[in-house]
Design a protein around this ligand. Structure first.
Ligand SMILES: Cc1cc2nc3c(=O)[nH]c(=O)nc-3n(C[C@H](O)[C@H](O)[C@H](O)COP(=O)(O)O)c2cc1C
Length: 182
């Protein structure tokens, strides 16, 4: 697919089927993330791939977090099932460090860029993705389970898999509403 066309037509697909990306395709997805813009060459990224038993572990982490919230059984089950909407979830973590020229927010933004680069690399190879956070990305129990401390942040759970339907149309937006000239 033409790169510009891919960007202009980009949509997310919320339900993704097996197979998940693997082998060279998965390697390309990770490599695309590792090419994210990175002020100061701090490489502030970590990707936790959850597939198979790993996905079950992520389910348990989210269900346990819901339980610590005092959620009812239905909400706990919803949390448990959340990661199962795709055969693979990549938790993208901004691993930050103090730097006199690169504020933490820039390191978070870089991890966000990595997330979209990975999503687009999946699309470029015939797969699809959906970027989610939800309250659990900020939940102390989830952070602890993924060893996320201090200024570090889970910037997204990137759901990856095979699209089982065509993406929705990508409506063209009116640039004049978003653009001004100085
Ligand atoms: C940081 C971030 C977090 C997001 N978290 C969620 C989420 O938790 N749940 C959700 O439905 N969409 C979430 N989204 C939005 C979806 O990924 C998606 O972009 C949105 O549904 C619009 O669909 P589209 O990508 O096809 O335009 C998030 C997007 C970003 C950038």
């Amino acid at each position: 697919m033409d790169a510009l066309e891919m960007l202009l037509q980009r949509r997310s697909i919320p339900r993704l089927a097996a197979p998940a990306p693997s082998g060279d395709v998965l390697e390309n997805i990770i490599q695309a993330g590792l090419r994210a813009p990175d002020h100061g060459a701090l490489t502030p990224w970590q990707f936790v791939i959850c597939e198979g038993e790993g996905l079950t572990r992520l389910s348990t982490i989210l269900a346990d977090a819901a339980q610590t919230n005092g959620a009812d059984e239905a909400a706990i089950e919803k949390a448990r099932n959340a990661p199962l909407r795709a055969p693979m979830v990549v938790a993208v973590i901004a691993r930050t460090r103090p730097h006199d020229k690169v504020p933490t927010i820039e390191q978070h933004i870089s991890a966000g860029c990595a997330t979209q680069a990975m999503q687009m690399a999946a699309v470029a190879q015939g797969f699809q993705g959906f970027w989610r956070t939800g309250a659990f990305a900020y939940h102390p129990a989830v952070r602890e389970a993924l060893s996320v401390e201090g200024d570090d942040q889970i910037v997204g759970f990137l759901y990856l898999g095979t699209p089982d339907c065509a993406p929705a149309n990508a409506p063209k937006r009116d640039t004049s509403k978003f653009v001004t000239y100085l």
